[in-house]
Design a protein around this ligand. Structure first.
Ligand SMILES: Nc1ncnc2c1ncn2[C@@H]1O[C@H](COP(=O)(O)OP(=O)(O)OP(=O)(O)O)[C@@H](O)[C@H]1O
Length: 449
């Protein structure tokens, strides 16, 4: 059996102790990460998975027991408390913590050997559980929920099976669809379509293409999304927004694997893998008459549910670090979260999931110098610089214009979360999409005139 090198986190502000323990552990084949402060140890715990942490209680910027409380995440191995000055209070507190032992410095050689044995066992277990890359495509996650999701994506990706991804807004459905495509080995394109954003009357020709002259304005032949995705993947986002008649048509294409352009009598074969997504629970969409039952059964070939962020809060530090890395790279900065900021991000409920997390991090990043802080309630970060809760309406304005301002203003207030906007305005998501499509086409018209 190959033995897996365990990773040890050593936290101590005494360089002598740190160096002696580190040298011993390295000699025994361990990977060693050292930190001399509370803040550096918090960062290290975010960036690495360790099998054993040896944490001194007295740190220059905090208490090692608080540190263990903060960084005790399920993916890590055991934490051992070290102290040069044992007290009853600290020993009692250790018992209540997820720390395995309380040792008095200096650690003896045989004690350290025994700890390294435990670290080796933890590393072997981690390996056996399938220590896997904490990402799948662009999705990040270490938690059990995300690992199970990655496993599903990897298993279904190479198969020629229709996939239905459902979950709350901002949970990463599009990233999951892209991962299915990337891992499928399919050579064609990934074509993403938001079914709610295309005017319903245009959807058939956009989806299946049209022949020249098949309707007024069809001045040339047009390849639909299916043809554009030939040999690749067609991602139908918000597919429950598709009119029911078109759903029948889609079902036929999925069954027969042939498309017929609008205005043509000839069907042609297509080799397209369909991945559909929706924010609704698919069975409820059937009950509400938004989704045809036969299409539902067809799409339920392989359903994938995206977990809400609040279901896997242990991933928040990683996703947050990843989003921050992207910002640092883009703006050539080296900003970092304070330990307090990470704790606050982890404590929040995130109704808007990773998308909301991204907005909050972006705002905090803009406002920060070197260290990024997050307010006690991150939704306060959503507070607008100008008062986004009010819209300008006055006598002389048409009702339609007022409605448009109310809709666009509410949408902006909720960071373009259409589902939340629809809820607040008491209209359906579909109506939002339809109205936005109408505003877009009248703006385009006004632009041309
Ligand atoms: N696990 C994750 N790791 C990294 N980034 C993520 C993750 N999940 C979501 N994101 C990011 O969050 C944002 C929203 O993701 P995405 O658009 O895929 O969500 P969605 O579920 O399709 O949302 P909607 O239903 O509103 O369209 C994107 O910026 C995406 O990159």
């Amino acid at each position: 059996m190959t033995s897996i090198a365990p990773t040890i986190l050593l936290v101590d502000d005494d360089p002598g102790c740190l160096q002696a323990t580190s040298a011993h552990a390295k000699l025994k084949g361990c990977k060693v990460i050292t930190a001399t402060s509370f803040a550096a140890a918090s960062d290290a715990a975010m960036a690495h998975t360790y099998d054993l942490a040896l944490v001194d209680i007295s740190l220059p910027d905090g208490n090692g027991l608080d540190l263990i409380e903060r960084i005790a995440l399920s993916r890590h191995g055991q934490a051992i408390v070290l102290t040069g000055y044992p007290t009853v209070d600290s020993a009692i507190r250790t018992v209540r913590l997820p720390a395995a032992d309380y040792l008095v410095k200096p650690i003896r050689g045989e004690q350290l050997e025994e700890l390294l044995d435990r670290a080796r066992a933890s590393a072997a277990l981690r390996h056996a559980e399938g220590a896997r890359e904490p990402r799948c495509g662009a999705l990040i996650g270490h938690s059990r929920a995300m690992r199970a999701l990655f496993d599903k994506i990897e298993r279904v990706a190479p198969m020629d099976i229709t996939v239905l991804i459902h979950g709350e807004s901002g949970t990463g459905k599009e990233l999951a669809a892209r991962a299915v495509h990337e891992l499928s080995g399919r050579k064609g394109r990934f074509v993403a379509v938001n079914c709610g954003a295309v005017a319903p009357e245009l959807l058939p020709s956009e989806m299946f293409g049209h022949e020249r002259g098949s309707f007024t304005g069809a001045v040339r032949d047009h390849a639909g999304y299916f043809e554009q995705a030939e040999g690749g993947t067609l991602f139908l986002d918000e597919f429950t927004e598709m009119p029911l008649a078109l759903q029948t048509h889609l079902l036929r294409v999925l069954e027969e694997r042939r498309v017929t352009r609008v205005g043509s009598h000839k069907s042609q074969p297509v080799d397209v893998r369909v991945v559909a997504a929706c924010n609704r629970v698919p069975a409820e969409a059937v009950d509400q008459g938004l989704l045809r039952q036969d299409l539902y059964y067809r799409l339920m070939d392989f359903p994938i549910r995206m977990p809400a962020l609040r279901e896997h809060p242990e991933d928040i530090p990683y996703i947050a670090a990843h989003l921050l890395d992207q910002l640092n790279e883009r703006y050539e900065t080296a900003r970092q979260f304070s330990a307090e900021a990470v704790a606050r991000l982890m404590a929040h409920h995130w109704p808007g999931n990773v998308r909301e997390l991204r907005h909050v991090i972006q705002r905090a990043f803009v406002l920060a110098e070197e260290t990024i802080e997050v307010p006690a309630s991150p939704e306060a970060m959503e507070a607008p610089l100008r008062d986004k809760t009010r819209f300008d309406m006055h006598v002389g304005m048409s009702l339609e214009e007022m409605e448009k301002r109310a809709l666009l203003g509410t949408l902006e207030y909720f960071n373009h979360d259409k589902a939340r906007t629809a809820d607040v305005l008491g209209i359906s998501l579909k109506t939002i999409y339809n109205k936005l499509a109408r505003y877009a086409s009248s703006d385009e018209l006004a632009h041309k005139q």
